[in-house]
Design a protein around this ligand. Structure first.
Ligand code: FMN
Length: 155
């Protein structure tokens, strides 16, 4: 039977939403069955029918979005093959620094064991308060390709 993947994301400025769509398209193009859920609008789904879960969230004012953190705390995530991505302004300069600042502490605190977790460049507040779009769908596409190959290895 086909393995199922849930992509659950929370986005305020749409960068995370865009990345979630790219990751979903990439996984589907490789034959995966994928559902995508927006944690802001949709009921938190039952995870029992999913083997793989990808969680996407943004960060503002030094804080990873609450609904993203809430989802990562779910007890029923244990035993799932998990991947996490973050959309962040800091990742425009350094994805590694952003990962270390925002994701490492969550992985540690919630005792997670993700197959992959990474920060992607988001929309950065520019002069005049307008958000400059620094998102790069190609980064998410390559990340999802790597995820496909790691998922197939870890069966
Ligand atoms: C008010 C505001 C505060 C932000 N604070 C941070 C921050 O502390 N660290 C960071 O890396 N990025 C920060 N950013 C950039 C966001 O992480 C970026 O806009 C990202 O795209 C958010 O994801 P989303 O578009 O899916 O909501 C901030 C953006 C805004 C608008």
């Amino acid at each position: 039977m086909q393995k199922r993947t849930l992509i659950a994301y929370i986005s305020a400025g749409s960068a995370t939403e865009r990345y979630a769509d790219v990751i979903a398209d990439t996984l589907r193009s490789r034959g995966h069955v994928v559902d995508v859920t927006d944690l802001k609008r949709e009921k938190v789904p039952d995870l029992s029918s999913y083997e793989n879960v990808v969680v996407g969230t943004g960060v503002r004012i030094g804080m990873v979005y609450r609904k993203g953190k809430q989802f990562l705390r779910r007890k029923d995530l244990k035993g799932k093959r998990l991947a996490i991505f973050l959309s962040s302004g800091m990742a425009v300069e350094s994805a590694e620094k952003s990962k270390a600042k925002f994701l490492d502490p969550l992985v540690e605190k919630y005792g997670l064991d993700p197959i992959m977790y990474d920060a992607f460049p988001g929309k950065t507040p520019g002069s005049g308060g307008k958000l400059e779009d620094k998102t790069d769908p190609e980064i998410a596409r390559r990340w999802a390709e790597e995820l496909v190959s790691r998922l197939s290895e870890s069966i």
